[in-house]
Ligand binder design. Structure first.
Ligand code: FMN
Ligand code: SF4
Length: 446
């Protein structure tokens, strides 16, 4: 499939619908003056359960990486019991190569705040914590200001949502991270919001049952919540006209997605596209990435965050949707922010660099992750220096495999992400690794 018909659901100019140089921050007043918070008004006339049903029918899938159906997650909450219920908004965005949530904060913060208010009404959540990546200093200021504007406009606060349109009050707080990737994992984030070290929790119980402060909690990515106002305003059927159905009989990939492109492309940036577009067309299109830098050939791409693994040279003309995992032997679509590598890229260096990231970011709770990450890095350094043997390469894959046995051996998915990154790079570019081994030791396996 070629690139979808142009559909822009966010207000952030992206090529080819607008020049990113024209991006400006939309204030609360500007947002409201251009139809903002009308979807919230509409949602508040609906029964909360009907709002959940609308999101369920849209088949919106989480934009944080796992693609879990949003409405289904919302329906896991237990009945209201008079106690507190929370929304934890995930804007940790520490996955290397992923920078699409930042735009929503930078330019259209009220879109996400409206999504938060609608979600809180639908799920009857009284408090939202907006967790923002520690390194997003400027964005934290923008967000802080936008939340203050939303309070001044009566969106949040004691009077009830939208100036007291309903007798249901919601508070929204910003919580800044401190620079740890693991705080993007949903339960690591909950620990961090509670003021503790960001160590992921063993699941079950899942956050919907026992989340923040032991109470029912929904965790959603900011881009997921940004899709909600449009779904309420334009209807779930409209949403299913965007994106694509599954070609392998799985769950569909409806809707648009913010696609952050980086690496060896002529025009990196964030673009909004319907899911299901061809990676090759996206990279080569004059409207989008404008080809590979310096006219070089494509070699590989990470589909959306290093934990997803890598697409090989023969996996260029593939559809970017949630079917990509089983179809291309990667973990999944992830954040759909491709990092592109040209023909001159040293894949051994790429693997070593990624494994260094995981080694530094493992929280250390689980032995396979803590020890495995160190070993993968050490072995890759050895191979990169030309000191590795055939046995080292086998050991590398064996250790990676032992880290990828979720669920069971590790608490969260970071270890499995490390496994997918290393094993797919080695398997798809094995010749490059073998060429780096000590020549006399390759044949006899070290
Ligand atoms: C190691 C790790 C890091 C993660 N980092 C993020 C992140 O930065 N942002 C995010 O939204 N989700 C991240 N996730 C996924 C979250 O755990 C969770 O699935 C997501 O926030 C749910 O929101 P969604 O259903 O709206 O996508 C991470 C998961 C893992 C295992
Ligand atoms: S898998 Fe790794 S990052 Fe996740 S909890 Fe275990 S040690 Fe921590």
């Amino acid at each position: 499939m070629f690139l979808n018909e142009p559909v822009l659901t966010k207000r952030i100019p992206t090529w080819p619908w607008g020049n990113p140089a024209d991006r400006t921050l939309v204030s609360g007043d500007q947002y409201a003056a251009t139809g903002g918070y009308e979807a919230l008004r509409q949602a508040l006339t609906m029964d909360p359960a009907d709002v959940v049903t609308a999101v369920k029918n849209s088949q919106l899938r989480g934009r944080g990486g796992a693609g879990f159906p949003c409405g289904l997650k919302w329906s896991f909450l237990p009945d209201v019991d008079g106690g507190r219920r929370y929304l934890a908004v995930n804007c940790d965005e520490a996955e290397p190569g992923t920078f699409k949530d930042r735009l929503l904060v930078d330019y259209d913060p009220h879109l996400v705040l409206e999504g938060i208010a609608i979600c809180c009404w639908a799920c009857q959540l009284d408090t939202a914590y907006y967790f923002i990546r520690g390194e997003y200093h400027h964005q934290a200021k923008v967000l802080d200001n936008a939340i203050a504007e939303a309070y001044a406009m009566g969106i949040f606060g004691d009077q009830g949502l939208l100036g007291g349109a309903v007798p249901f009050a919601v508070d929204c707080h910003m919580h800044r991270g401190a620079g740890a990737y693991i705080c993007g994992e949903e339960t690591g984030m909950l620990e961090a919001i509670e003021g503790k070290r960001g160590w992921p929790r063993i699941k079950p119980p899942f956050p919907a049952i026992k989340g923040l402060f032991g109470r029912p909690t929904i965790v959603n990515n900011v881009e997921t919540l940004a899709a909600v106002p449009d779904i309420v305003a334009r209807g779930s059927e409209w949403y299913t006209t965007l994106g694509c159905a599954s070609s392998i009989g799985g769950a569909p990939s409806f809707g648009t997605k913010l696609i952050g492109a980086s690496g060896h492309v002529n025009r990196p940036g964030v673009y909004e596209l319907g899911l299901g577009f061809s990676l090759k067309d996206f990279i080569e299109s004059d409207d989008y990435c404008q080809g590979i830098r310096g006219g070089a050939a494509y070699k590989a791409a990470i589909p959306g965050g290093v934990s997803m693994g890598i697409l090989g040279t023969d996996q260029y003309d593939i559809a970017m949707d949630f079917d990509i995992g089983p179809q291309c032997d990667v973990l999944g679509l992830g954040t759909a922010c491709p990092t592109v590598f040209d023909e001159h890229t040293d894949m051994v260096m790429v693997a070593r660099n990624i494994s260094r990231f995981f080694k530094n970011e493992s929280c250390g709770q689980c032995t396979p992750c803590r020890e495995g990450a160190q070993w993968l890095y050490k072995l890759l350094v050895k191979i990169e220096r030309g000191q590795g043997t055939g046995k080292d390469l086998d050991l590398l894959l064996e250790i990676a495999g032992s880290m990828g046995t979720m669920p069971g051996t590790t608490i969260c998915g970071l270890a499995d992400g490390n496994n997918w990154a290393v094993k797919t790079i080695v398997n798809k570019f094995r010749g490059e690794f073998e060429a780096r081994l000590q020549p006399s030791l390759v044949a006899v396996g070290g």
